[in-house]
Design a protein around this ligand. Structure first.
Ligand code: URA
Length: 272
């Protein structure tokens, strides 16, 4: 031990060593001596640095609202034939009404026929089978067509009929589709008419009369009205009449429906 740095005298240090020896202390614990007579160095003070605050998360960016109608127009316009249009419709995913339906119901009959019949939307049977008008109202429609010498299975364009719907997916509970739901699918049925290019279109029920023919009144007053539809390069004569589902419930209206069928037959004869 170096007495030079100690405040104790050499004599006091020797006395302390003698005391340690007497107490049985016979070896040093550390390699280097520790002078316990001087004050320990002050603890190292590390200056307090406040932790930088975490940057606030950016506010959530609102997803831009999907413009179904523009997408539908684009898809429908890009389709150059009916098969491509059908594929474009099936590829149009996560759209209104689709989640509740089993499949898209696109068309039945011969697209070369000079008559096209357009209904509202598939019901339960159509949703299951994938073709328009296959249930009870379809049976009545087939009888109505037969009355003017037409059948959907006929390959002669003068005897056949091509059948579609404004809406390709079954609305749950067969409810009437809302206007904004119709707007999403309108570009498809309009393009379907343009590509099939029939001579005459028969619009059955309120929905096709309102959305394709711009009927200003309900079908009760509008039935029997003719107008011309223009889609792209095609202009086609269109007649509004009752929906067969309505005729099943109101058979007394068949007389007016029959008048419409005769007018339709006459127009087809005139144009073909
Ligand atoms: N009603 C319609 O309007 N379309 C169908 O396909 C079936 C029933």
């Amino acid at each position: 031990m170096n007495s030079a740095n100690s405040p104790l005298t050499d004599a006091a240090l020797i006395e302390a060593l003698a005391f340690y020896a007497e107490m049985g202390v016979d070896e040093a614990v550390c390699e280097a001596p520790i002078d316990r007579t001087t004050a320990p160095p002050p603890p190292k003070v590390v200056p307090f640095k406040p932790r930088a605050a975490k940057p606030a998360a950016p506010p959530p960016v609102a997803e831009p609202k999907r413009d179904y109608v523009s997408e539908a127009r684009q898809r429908a316009q890009n389709a150059q034939d009916l098969d491509a249009l059908h594929a474009a419709l099936v590829g149009f995913e996560d759209v209104p009404l689709r989640a509740g339906a089993k499949q898209a119901v696109f068309a039945d009959g011969d697209p070369a026929a000079d008559l096209m019949v357009i209904g509202e939307a598939p019901g339960r049977d159509e949703d299951r089978i994938g073709k328009p008008f296959v249930g009870r109202s379809g049976e009545l429609l087939d009888r109505m067509l037969a009355a003017i010498g037409r059948a959907r299975g006929e390959s002669d364009p003068k005897k056949g009929a091509y059948i579609g719907n404004v809406i390709p997916y079954r609305p749950l509970q067969n409810r009437t589709p809302a206007d904004d739901e119709v707007a999403v699918f309108l570009p498809f049925i309009e393009r379907q008419i343009e590509l099939a290019a029939p001579k005459v279109v028969l619009c059955i029920g309120n929905v096709p009369a309102k959305h394709l023919m711009q009927a200003s009144t309900g079908i009760m007053r509008y039935r029997g009205t003719w107008s011309s539809l223009t889609f792209g390069n095609q202009t086609v004569a269109a007649l509004a009449s009752f929906h067969p589902a309505f005729l099943l419930r109101s058979p007394d209206k068949k007389r007016e429906a029959w008048r419409d069928l005769l007018a339709l037959e006459a127009k087809l004869k005139e144009l073909t």
